[in-house]
Design a protein around this ligand. Structure first.
Ligand code: PLP
Length: 828
């Protein structure tokens, strides 16, 4: 076969990106990597063969990039994140490769169906939501900008759970994403580090009387083994590395123990230690203080730091240049134990003096804060740390003591201040405040949107901001337009290419060239056609999907709220509006109502009962509403199960209206808001997170803003907020809530939703749903008034996409590189 291949020289074949060479490679891998013939090959065999053929072509640039970093030895950025929500592999790789056309043709020529193969693409869901997706967008931007970067993460065997909806309830099933193997990763059994737990600390001194520390009698040690995933930049020579850690038993490397004890028990123990990297904790904006999670966090940072130090020491014999060569970014506090761990490695292992080690640490770390919700701020009980990581607790105490003494000198006689800024919290349970540790141990702390960074400085960490006035800064989040436009919305990407050229793919500010075309009626018509075609595709999915099988009309307003289910994100507000519409449609059937399809998608943390009940309420309202013949064709409600990157890619291009309606002050940034606006959806939203910056970019006339501001939320609560007033004074609100309370949507369980009513009316409505209801309902009327004017709507849709330049993760990464990391592109 493949007589036409001229290049069969193995040393250059793997770089050959011609259609013929790719065909040859795919066929070769089917036979020699999969040991299959075309007759016996499954879809997965073909998928793997294609993956290997693509991977071969990345390997050359991958090795070359890593060699370049080794020889030129530039300052590198190490991005530490417990989560990477990368999405589908093959389709991801295809966007960035400059031989996408050739590979697609090769696949076709081999008689394979790329669409079917892409349906079997493997989605690595190694994250919960926005934070993990941000890390994935950042990896793409760093490679595209040619930055000497490396990502470190966890290779969870089970990523974010798979969400099924059964009888309207969320049911979690395990996401065994590795079951068929993952051809994109390379196991590196040679990069292996011991990770220790438990035991105790002994202090002695050397001949010169300097203190030395011994961490003794640790047990349940495990090994961290690396798996590498190549991260190619867009059409360039850079392939960076994403290194994920997997836990391995030490027993495999410790044959001695097999001889003395019970062999079977030793092998059984091996499986226990491997549970460390078994599963991602499925909590978003909520901290779960489990010992296993603490061990995961330490496992992750210890492996990453040992690896970073090993690499540094290959080029350097002293630590003098450490901070000129290494920047480490902490994605939230999950990896904040890296600070005491680096101290331990430098002081206990490398025998550097404490003060020198501290100066190194402080110049190395920077910390990104992702939330101001108190329930999400990490705290670890001192007792647990003492048990699991005794030496690290000592180091944290020392860091705290040094810090507090310095403050005491500057601000004598202020015990209140010391108590507030201390890394150690005394009440109610003596605990370590990980955010305080991260702030004290980092040279820069950033929030992820202007408002959020402001709240950090003024309300959450005002004392720290006064002590370290230059430490706090803002880097507004961003998204990669390669995935969130070029790949997920090919029709819109083509229209852009024809209208403004292709520069937007690597420089999103070029989108503003669209403004010039706004008065071109034929361009607007094409813009509308693209949206319509994407809506049809989404409607088709909803029609044929086995879990949905619902008829929705692509001419209706597609109103979407897609994100984790959380009370602060206020899915309830959007749902209450849907019930209000339902009641209006039924009470005045002859009125000219604007037909709508409301769509939700999102997972609730398995232990978050209220969020799970909200899902049940959405699906219960949907059941009632979608069966009503009176409103058929005018109003539909859909809960799309198992929200993921892939689902987002399918929904976003077909959205008209983007719901970004969190309680002001509670959403740090949001990135879903950016993805939707970039794809031409109009936003209805509060002045929260990056919505504020989106409004500033697109202009007040092109976005639907409602509700209390963050300051007004605080003031309303301070005044004594009574949510019942809103219930009593607003008949539409009262009716909607009464229906929920009285079992209209749950006739078999009339009290099922009482906890939701109670949260709003009895427990104080922490998320201000009642207070923002009327403003939201009014704003939705404006949305409808505009939607019935397609030309005016289209203009605003175009203006939204045109002004998204700021929200590229390329811009965010440039800002991090220049303002925080001092790391520069190294492309040759
Ligand atoms: C972008 C994204 C998120 C974050 O959405 P927000 O609306 O910013 O909360 C969560 N999950 C997935 C799969 C995403 O792609």
């Amino acid at each position: 076969m493949n007589d036409s291949v001229k290049n069969t020289n193995p040393s250059t074949l793997h770089q050959d990106t011609s259609e013929d060479a790719l065909k040859f490679s795919i066929a070769h891998h089917l036979k020699y990597s999969q040991a299959k013939s075309p007759r016996t090959a499954t879809l997965m065999d073909h998928y793997n063969s294609i993956a290997f053929a693509v991977r071969d072509r990345l390997v050359e640039k991958w090795i070359e990039t890593q060699n370049r970093y080794f020889t030129k030895d530039p300052k590198r950025i190490y991005y530490l994140s417990m989560e990477y929500l990368v999405g589908r592999a093959l389709s991801n790789y295809l966007v960035n490769l400059d031989f996408k056309k050739e590979i697609c043709r090769a696949i076709e020529k081999l008689g394979l169906d790329l669409e079917r193969i892409e349906q079997n693409d493997i989605e690595a869901g190694l994250g919960n939501g926005g934070l993990g997706r941000l890390a994935a967008c950042f990896m793409d931007s760093m490679a595209t900008l040619g930055l000497p970067a490396m990502g470190y993460g966890m290779r969870y065997e089970y990523g974010i759970f798979y969400q099924k909806i059964i009888d309207g309830y969320q049911v979690e099933t395990a996401d065994n994403w590795l079951r068929k193997g993952y051809p994109w990763e390379l196991p590196r059994p040679d990069y292996l580090y011991p990770i220790r737990f438990y035991g105790y600390v002994q202090h002695t001194s050397d001949q010169e009387g300097r203190g030395i520390c011994h961490w003794l009698d640790s047990h349940d040690d495990v090994m961290a083994m690396a798996y590498d995933i190549p991260i190619p930049g867009f059409h360039n020579q850079t392939v960076n590395n994403l290194r994920l850690w997997s836990a391995r038993s030490t027993r495999e490397f410790d044959f001695g123990s097999f001889n003395e004890g019970d062999y079977v028990q030793a092998v059984t123990h091996k499986h226990e230690s491997e549970t460390l990297s078994k599963v991602l904790y499925p909590n978003d904006s909520n901290m779960q203080g489990k010992e296993l999670r603490l061990k995961q966090e330490f496992f992750f940072v210890s492996a990453s730091l040992q690896d970073i130090l090993r690499r540094y020491k290959r080029n350097h014999s002293t630590f003098e240049q450490f901070t000129q060569k290494i920047a480490i970014q902490l994605n939230d506090t999950h990896p904040a134990l890296a600070i005491p761990e680096l101290m331990r490695l430098l002081v206990d292992r490398e025998h550097r003096p404490w003060q020198e080690a501290w100066e190194i640490a402080l110049k190395t770390f920077a910390y990104t804060n992702h939330t101001v919700l108190p329930e999400a701020l990490e705290k670890w009980p001192v007792g647990l740390l003492q048990h699991v990581l005794p030496r690290h607790l000592e180091i944290i105490y020392q860091i705290n003591q040094d810090f507090l003494s310095r403050v005491q000198v500057q601000h004598p006689g202020n015990p209140g201040l010391l108590k507030r800024i201390s890394i150690v919290e005394e009440q109610p349970v003596k605990s370590i405040r990980m955010a305080n540790l991260a702030i004290v141990g980092s040279h820069t702390v950033n929030g992820v949107a202007a408002l959020h960074s402001d709240i950090l400085k003024k309300q959450v960490f005002p004392d720290f901001n006064k002590l370290f006035p230059n430490r706090f800064t803002n880097v507004t989040n961003g998204i990669t337009q390669r995935l969130w436009l070029k790949s997920c919305n090919p029709e819109l990407a083509n229209l852009l290419n024809e209208t403004i050229g292709e520069d937007w793919v690597t420089d999103l500010s070029h989108m503003k060239k669209l403004v010039k075309h706004i008065d071109d009626a034929s361009f607007r018509e094409r813009w509308r056609q693209v949206k319509q075609s994407n809506k049809q595709r989404l409607a088709q999915y909803i029609r044929v999907d086995r879990a949905l099988r619902l008829e929705v009309d692509p001419d209706t307003l597609f109103d979407v709220q897609i994100k984790r289910i959380h009370e602060y994100k206020r899915q309830l507000l959007c749902l209450l509006h849907t019930i209000v519409l339902y009641n209006r449609f039924k009470e005045n059937p002859d009125c000219d109502h604007v037909p709508r399809t409301v769509m939700f998608a999102g997972k609730a943390a398995p232990g978050y009962e209220q969020a799970k009940l909200i899902i049940k309420l959405i699906t219960s309202v949907a059941d009632k509403l979608n069966q009503d013949v009176q409103t058929a064709g005018k109003l539909k409600l859909v809960f799309i199960p198992n929200y993921s990157v892939n689902k987002a890619e399918g929904i976003i291009p077909g959205a008209d209206l983007s719901e970004q309606i969190s309680t002001a002050g509670m959403e740090a940034s949001g990135t879903g808001n950016m993805k939707l606006a970039l794809n031409g959806a109009l936003t209805i939203g509060t002045l929260d997170g990056a919505n504020i910056e989106i409004k500033n970019e697109v202009g007040d006339d092109n976005i639907f803003i409602f509700g209390l501001t963050a300051d007004q939320v605080d003031a309303t609560k301070a005044k004594g907020y009574n949510p019942r007033d809103h219930y009593e004074n607003n008949p539409e609100l009262r009716k909607a809530l009464d229906m929920i309370r009285d079992g209209y949507f749950s006739p078999d369980h009339p009290h099922l939703f009482q906890p939701i009513i109670d949260a709003l009316l009895v427990q104080g409505d922490r998320f201000m749903v009642m207070a923002d209801f009327a403003g939201y309902i009014e704003k939705q009327k404006e949305v409808e008034a505009l939607f019935v004017q397609p030309e005016a709507w289209t203009r605003k849709s175009i203006l939204n996409a045109a002004h998204m330049g700021l929200f590229s993760s390329d811009r965010a990464i440039r800002q991090y590189s220049e303002q925080i990391w001092d790391v520069h592109p190294l492309t040759e």
